[in-house]
Design a protein around this ligand. Structure first.
Ligand code: PDD
Length: 280
């Protein structure tokens, strides 16, 4: 695989980042994941805008222009022959060659790394046909989940807790209400109404969320953005999650309670189809 590191395209085994890089030492880094379908980047613009926002919120410099970023994405997709897959992008605050809690001086260049992940069958996924089983766990992450940082230890642990319980993923609960999934936004559907948590600093402002809510409105589906509990979602007709890496993923079980008849619901299935059609 050819990867991109700080201005260079390299074979992955030749790519290097300093051990003092703050991304490595302090998770002082932000990222984006953009999906590729039919060799095309899905919603690059949305991801570029959110990246800029994450960088601004952390007073981190932009490593390059949006145009350059698009060029790097396109080139990696091309040289690696990605038809279906992902492009991962990470920007870190870099390093001035030592460990210090204080940020390095402003002229310290940020580090930028991009790589592709080949995922044949991403669109026609067997997991989406089965639907996901979810457990709920407490949301103990920090208070700025709207910034897409690489502090992903707790979400990783949540996934592992789900796997150990024989499930696929976890939904996070704070003050009795669902915030989001470990790496996706969360929704349920009751009597034809789609319910999801409103945007705030408590959740990531999903690029797929925005697209799917627009498509839902265009399909005359009702959407309510409000807080909801696990119990309410368990009593729903269906549920789903959205993310750039799994699009619309039906949810068929929450904490051992099957939703509807325990198979992907009609609205989740339809939204997945619409999303994939419009993206291609
Ligand atoms: N995760 N919420 C969280 C906590 C996420 O990590 C993600 C994305 C989302 C969905 O956002 P989007 O629709 O923009 O992908 C919501 C990415 C895919 C990841 O970590 O791999």
């Amino acid at each position: 695989r050819t990867v991109y590191v700080n201005g260079e395209y390299l074979p992955e085994e030749d790519a290097k980042i300093s051990i003092f890089d703050r991304g490595f030492l302090m998770a002082d880094a932000v990222y984006e994941v953009t999906s590729v379908l039919d060799g095309k980047l899905i919603d690059f613009e949305g991801h570029a805008v959110r990246l800029k926002r994450s960088l601004d919120e952390l007073d981190m410099a932009e490593p390059c222009s949006k145009e350059e970023l698009l060029e790097i994405h396109r080139k990696l997709v091309e040289v690696n022959g990605i038809v279906e897959g992902l492009v991962y992008l990470q920007v870190t605050r870099g390093s001035d060659g030592d460990r210090d809690f204080v940020f390095p001086s402003e002229d310290t260049p940020p580090s930028i790394v991009l790589f592709t992940q080949n995922k044949p069958g991403l669109a026609d996924s067997p997991a989406a046909k089965k639907g996901a089983k979810i457990i709920s766990i407490e949301d103990i992450r920090w208070g700025r989940r709207d910034i897409k940082t690489v502090q992903l230890l707790y979400p990783s642990m949540g996934k592992m807790m789900a796997k150990k319980a024989g499930c696929d993923d976890a939904w996070l609960v704070e003050d009795g209400h669902v915030t989001e999934g470990t790496s996706n936004n969360a929704y349920f559907v009751k009597d034809g109404v789609i319910v999801t948590r409103p945007l705030s600093n408590d959740i990531l402002h999903g690029i797929t969320r925005k697209a799917v809510l627009r498509m839902a409105a265009e399909a005359q589906l009702k959407v309510e953005e409000r807080l909801f509990t696990i119990e309410e979602a368990q009593g729903a007709d269906e549920a789903f999650t959205t993310s750039a890496s799994a699009f619309v993923m039906p949810v068929v079980e929450i904490d051992g309670v099957a939703l509807g008849n325990g198979t992907p619901g009609p609205i989740a299935t339809r939204l997945r189809e619409i999303y994939l059609e419009e993206s291609l």
